[in-house]
Design a protein around this ligand. Structure first.
Ligand SMILES: Nc1nc2c(c(=O)[nH]1)N[C@H]1C(S)=C(S)[C@@H](COP(=O)(O)O)O[C@H]1N2
Ligand SMILES: [Mo]
Length: 308
C-alpha cells in the first residue's frame, strides 16, 4: 500500500479495514499535528487507538519515513531499502491467522475477527535490532494474550510458534534461500502471555505498511527485532521449544531467547551500544532494551550468557 495525500479513501484503504471501519475505526487523528504534517500519511488509513500512557517514552519517536523506509524483511530483500520498494506485492486482504496446536478451541481468525478481540492501543516501544541499530515506534495493537485466551491453551502448551506467510508469488526474495522459509519465530508461553508482547496491526496511527509486516505481526520489545515475526499466518501452541529460522541458519549467532543484552556480544560484533536510526552517535544498549523491570523476573535463575 502506498501512502499519499492525493488518493481517495477507497484507493488507499484495505478492504478489510474499509468494511469494518464503522465498527472499529473512527475518523480519529484527523486533527493531530503530527498526523496532518506528515506527507506520507493519509487520513483514510487511520486506525483509532487510544495512547496507553503506561507505554510512553521520554525519547523522540523515529520519523515515519525512517520507520517505513529502513526495514528488515528478508522475504522482500536483504537490503534495508528493498522492503519499502518491493512489499507492494503483498496482498493483505482476506488474510487469516490460524491458531492451533495444544489448545481446546483451535480457530482461524480473519483480520476483522482479530480487530474485534480487544481495544486497540497505541504503545511507544523501542525496537532494538540485533545488528546494533534501534528505533522508537508508536505501534498500534493489543496484548497477544487476548488472542491466546480465545483458543484456551492446554496445560502442556509451553511454547508459541509464529509462522509468517511464505508465498513466492507475493514475496520476490523467497527463492533466494537466505533463510529456511516460512520465517518462523517462537516464544516461551510466559513470554507470549506477558502484557508487553503486542499483537500489532498498525503504527503511527495507520494500518501497518506492508514493509513493517502487514496486516498483523508480533512486537516483543525486550528482545532483538528478529523475534518480532511479520505478516503472520499461523500461531501454534506447542510442547517443545520450536525451531526458529534465524537459530536454524546460524545457531551460534542467534539463540532462541534473544533478549537484548549489552553484556553478551554477538560473535561478530559488540551489543554494548546501538545506533538510534537518525542519530550520529551511538548510545548504550540497555539490558532487556530498557524493559528489565517488567521482564527480568521471567529469567530468574537462568544463565543468560548460555541462553542467549
Ligand atoms: N517474516 C519476517 N519477519 C521479520 C523479519 C523478516 O525478515 N521476516 N525481520 C525481523 C527483524 S531482523 C527485525 S529487526 C524486524 C524489523 O521490523 P521493522 O521493519 O518493522 O522495523 O522485523 C523482524 N521480523
Ligand atoms: Mo533485526
Amino acid at each position: 500500500m502506498r501512502y499519499r495525500n492525493d488518493l481517495s479513501e477507497n484507493d488507499v484503504t484495505p478492504e478489510w479495514l474499509w468494511r469494518s471501519r464503522r465498527a472499529f475505526l473512527r475518523d480519529a487523528l484527523l486533527a493531530t499535528a503530527a498526523w496532518a504534517a506528515s506527507p506520507l500519511v493519509t487520513r483514510a488509513a487511520g486506525l483509532a487507538a487510544a495512547p496507553n500512557p503506561a507505554f510512553r517514552l521520554a525519547e523522540e519517536p523515529t520519523p515515519l519515513d525512517k520507520v517505513t523506509g529502513y526495514n528488515n524483511f528478508y522475504e522482500f530483500g536483504t537490503d534495508k531499502e528493498e522492503p519499502a520498494r518491493q512489499a507492494g506485492s503483498l496482498r493483505t486482504r482476506l488474510w487469516t491467522v490460524t491458531v492451533d496446536g495444544e489448545v481446546n478451541k483451535p480457530r482461524t481468525f480473519d483480520i476483522d475477527d482479530i480487530l474485534r478481540l480487544a481495544p486497540l492501543e497505541e504503545r511507544i516501544y523501542r525496537l532494538r535490532c540485533v545488528e546494533a541499530w534501534s528505533m522508537v515506534i508508536p505501534w498500534v495493537g493489543f496484548p497477544l494474550a487476548a488472542l491466546l485466551k480465545q483458543v484456551e491453551p492446554r496445560g502442556n502448551a509451553r511454547f508459541v510458534q509464529f509462522v509468517s506467510l511464505a508465498d513466492r508469488q507475493q514475496m520476490p526474495d523467497l527463492g533466494r534461500g537466505v533463510l529456511d522459509w516460512p520465517y518462523r519465530e517462537g516464544l516461551r508461553m510466559d513470554e507470549a502471555l506477558h502484557p508487553l508482547t503486542l499483537l500489532t496491526v498498525g503504527l503511527y496511527g495507520q494500518v501497518l505498511p506492508n514493509q513493517n509486516g502487514a496486516p498483523v505481526r508480533i512486537v516483543v520489545p525486550w528482545k532483538y527485532g528478529f523475534k518480532s515475526a511479520k505478516s503472520i499466518v499461523a500461531i501454534r501452541l506447542v510442547e517443545a521449544m520450536p525451531a526458529t529460522s534465524w537459530n536454524q541458519a546460524a545457531p551460534r549467532e542467534y539463540g532462541f531467547y534473544a533478549n537484548v543484552n549489552p553484556a553478551v556480544d554477538h560473535p561478530r560484533w559488540s551489543q554494548a551500544r546501538e545506533r538510534r536510526i537518525g542519530d550520529f552517535f551511538k548510545r548504550p544498549t540497555l539490558p532487556f532494551n530498557g524493559y528489565g523491570e517488567q521482564v527480568a523476573s521471567l529469567y530468574a535463575g537462568m544463565d543468560l550468557a548460555r541462553h542467549f
